[in-house]
Design a protein around this ligand. Structure first.
Ligand code: MN
Length: 492
């Protein structure tokens, strides 16, 4: 599986022959200089490669075709240094299959008061050229990210970098394989979905493996393999249990599942407590550990949340905030101090832990299996978003809500699982009303790293509906937005 650093982006600069060879030479020199500075600055997650100056229709078409075919090219960044007539770009852009960012910038920051003449204006007319370029994007209804600002400014570079992360996640998504053990929990609606649609739209290949196959793989794990992993557990976690047998069994499950996932090239998986045929415990610690290693996970057969988690983890590779599979469980409803308490029956990702997690073993009231080991911890405080992907019947809706996570206000010493507490925007009451109106699931992806802007970019590239619940949301505005979205999607 490729990593962030393995990808590159192509810088394609628009111009034309009208201004003569000297202008074109200057445009190329500057394009190369900009890429060199961006790469040397080290703030972009991927390399940006100067590709070409587009002066003809053939050049635009060839650049796009090459980008489509190059597996390391995650997207193109275009900019028009001079005016670049867009009918030249039309044939090429129509063929574009990779994410596209239109960077509306300018080589010079200032207008040289005494230096400006007609030659200067002809060379430095991005304000003019980028508008022509913007029109053809709009006319073609082509999905693209528009970023405006001075190319050396930190906020512009940061936004370009954030978008690059999204484009990498798009490539990850289009190649993602998901391993399901068992089917969905019976009768649950929101975790269901059209797997053919998910593959068509998002690229996810979702298939099921028999739980008995996992049990056979667990049986093959050696004591030496378990001993080695137990050493790692002791290094990373505090043992708050004497039931070492249970912990060792989870280690076996972790090793067996990782082998199966890697053998099949899967980066996400789901299981179901109700179908553990041949297994002694529901994977708890094992699932938590795999999530911490970058695999997506969904409980109760929820392959959508598993896949989405792995996509967000790919998007946020190397960032430190954490991205977890989460479930809304219960509320604190003291007026003015309302919070949601999120957890799961076992499987909360330790990438969001504040402090050192404890390994504990407790009975699990459902599933009828042995007491499973799990990591218990408190989630960290900070700004985050929660995400839910739902199947609306023939189309997908991605719901994103801004939240503020806090240190849990109670100790909850008898709660045997990891927990995260947060306040939904704009406040718990209205936030819950909006979430429920939009149809958001109880299972979510909670991320401290990915931003709502990135998720909007992802949805735009993948051509799925995006609903963002913010500090400014009201149930009335949201209801109206959902109504219009529904109409728009019916017309497509
Ligand atoms: Mn659940």
């Amino acid at each position: 599986m490729k990593q962030m650093k393995d990808y590159e982006f192509w810088f394609v600069v628009g111009s034309q022959y009208l201004y003569g060879p000297e202008v074109l030479a200057t445009v190329e020199k500057r394009g190369r200089e900009m890429c060199a500075k961006w790469n040397a600055g080290g703030k972009l997650p991927c390399r940006i490669v100067f590709k070409t100056i587009v002066k003809t229709s053939e050049e635009a078409t060839n650049a796009v075709k090459d980008a489509n075919h190059d597996p390391n090219c995650a997207g193109i960044v275009t900019w028009c240094h001079t005016f670049s007539p867009s009918k030249m770009w039309l044939n090429g852009l129509r063929l574009l299959q990779k994410p596209w960012c239109h960077l509306a910038t300018q080589y010079n920051r200032h207008i040289p008061d005494r230096g400006i003449d007609m030659d200067f204006m002809n060379l430095n007319q991005a304000a003019h050229g980028d508008r022509e370029h913007g029109f053809i994007g709009a006319r073609l209804r082509k999905s693209r990210k528009v970023i405006a600002g001075y190319w050396e400014d930190r906020d512009v570079i940061d936004r370009l970098g954030s978008w690059m992360r999204v484009a990498v996640a798009v490539d990850f998504s289009r190649n993602l394989k998901v391993m399901r053990f068992a089917d969905n929990m019976p009768n649950v609606a929101v975790t269901e979905g059209d797997k053919v649609l998910a593959q068509e739209v998002l690229g996810w290949q979702v298939n099921t493996w028999p739980v008995g196959g996992l049990a056979a793989e667990v049986a093959k794990v050696t004591d030496a393999e378990v001993d080695a992993l137990m050493k790692e557990y002791r290094k990373l976690y505090t043992f708050n249990t004497k039931n070492i047998k249970s912990v060792r069994y989870q280690a076996k499950e972790e090793i067996a599942m990782k082998k199966m996932l890697d053998r099949e090239g899967c980066k996400a998986f789901s299981d179901h407590f109700g179908d553990l045929y041949g297994l002694e415990q529901l994977p708890g610690l094992a699932a938590q550990r795999l999530m911490a290693q970058g695999y997506g996970f969904g409980g109760e057969g929820d392959w959508k949340v598993a896949a989405l988690q792995s996509v967000v983890k790919a998007m946020t590779e190397g960032q430190k905030g954490g991205t977890a599979f989460m479930e809304d469980y219960t509320y604190e409803l003291e007026k003015g101090k309302e919070y949601s308490l999120g957890a799961h029956m076992l499987e909360v990702d330790p990438s969001v832990a504040s402090g050192r997690p404890r390994i504990e073993v407790h009975p699990l009231g459902i599933g009828g299996k042995a007491d499973p080991a799990r990591l218990v911890f408190e989630g960290r405080a900070g700004k985050a978003i929660v995400l839910s992907l739902i199947d609306m019947g023939g189309r997908l809706r991605l719901i994103c809500q801004d939240v503020e996570a806090v240190k849990p206000i109670y100790r909850m010493p008898n709660l045997p699982v990891a927990r995260v507490m947060w306040k939904a925007m704009p406040n718990v009451k209205t936030g819950v009303e909006c979430w429920i109106t939009a149809g958001g699931a109880h299972h979510t992806v909670l991320t401290y790293d990915a931003t709502a802007e990135q998720m909007r970019d992802f949805a735009r590239i993948m051509d799925i509906e995006f609903v963002h619940i913010t500090k400014d949301s009201t149930p009335e505005k949201l209801e109206h937005e959902l109504f219009l979205n529904d109409l728009a999607w019916k017309l497509r």
